[in-house]
Design a protein around this ligand. Structure first.
Ligand code: ZN
Length: 276
């Protein structure tokens, strides 16, 4: 496998969220020669949807995903309907941005619930409800399974196979985002990636798993600083036919969020070449 060009790197703006606005991130990605960007909806709203779309287009960047939709489970029908309405707005935003996909983080258990099977059913129902809108808008939905440590509070879809079972049930228009941070530990990962295939792998997210990890959410590592064989997982997704970008996504309150974003992006580029 060849050393990846920097044009294959995309920046998930969460990586620089504390110190760069979206406008700065767009400019920074272009200046560093990256090929793409994956913005978060709050930052898009801050800049304005039309303006964000125009600036990203003018910078020549692909939008590898819009973060994020999902979060379907709720304790009552009104809560579930509100989530579906919000996802419909996210689909419209993804369409305006020309995003490769809308990333769906499933959502966890409703407050007070112990019914994880019920929460998972709500996720399937929620995606089914928005799928016609997504198909009509030409927006692909990417279910991102999250590491099981988030099952209670963020995402009750926890393995690639579980996400693919949902895709099988829902039909065309739904695929997966493969994030090395969430999937590297899975003994069935190679088979699941092969099962997903080129059409359903809509995004590939990279960072690293630090040992020890000191915060469940905000202590992700830079590629090369942890224990994930990122190159091997890249090999699996590309063997399955994925030709898209490699999106770096690092939540790191204690380290990377504190640094100068220009330095962070420069190190992302260097590590992308070295270990991806
Ligand atoms: Zn991710």
């Amino acid at each position: 496998m060849a050393v990846p060009e920097t044009s294959r790197l995309s920046l998930n703006t969460a990586t620089v969220r504390e110190r760069w606005t979206l406008a700065q991130a767009i400019e920074g990605c272009a200046r560093h020669g990256l090929g793409g960007i994956s913005p978060w909806r709050d930052k898009v709203a801050e800049l304005g949807l039309g303006e964000a779309a125009r600036r990203i287009r003018d910078a020549g960047l692909a939008v590898t995903g819009l973060c994020r939709g999902g979060l379907f489970p709720a304790s009552d029908a009104a809560g579930r309907a509100a989530a579906i309405a919000d996802n419909r707005r996210a689909i419209e935003e993804a369409a305006v941005l020309g995003a490769r996909c809308l990333v769906l983080v499933a959502g966890g258990l409703p407050a007070g619930s112990r019914d994880i099977a019920g929460a998972r059913a709500m996720v399937g129902d929620g995606i089914a409800a928005i799928l016609p809108d997504a198909r009509a808008a030409g927006v692909a939905l990417a279910i991102e399974p999250l590491h099981p440590m988030y099952a209670a509070d963020r995402a009750c879809v926890n393995t690639l196979d579980q996400a693919l079972d949902l895709c099988d049930a829902l039909g065309p228009g739904v695929g997966v985002a493969v994030d090395v941070y969430h999937t590297w530990w899975d003994p069935n990962l190679a088979r699941a990636i092969a099962r997903a295939g080129a059409e359903r792998i809509l995004a590939f997210h990279i960072c690293d798993w630090l040992v020890p990890t000191t915060d469940l959410l905000l202590d992700r590592g830079m590629m090369g600083d942890g224990v994930i064989d990122i190159r091997a997982i890249r090999g699996l997704v590309e063997a399955a036919g994925y030709t898209g970008l490699h999106e770096v996504e690092i939540f790191s309150a204690g380290n990377w969020w504190k640094r100068d974003p220009d330095e962070v992006v420069a190190i992302c580029k260097e590590r992308h070449r070295a270990v991806c």
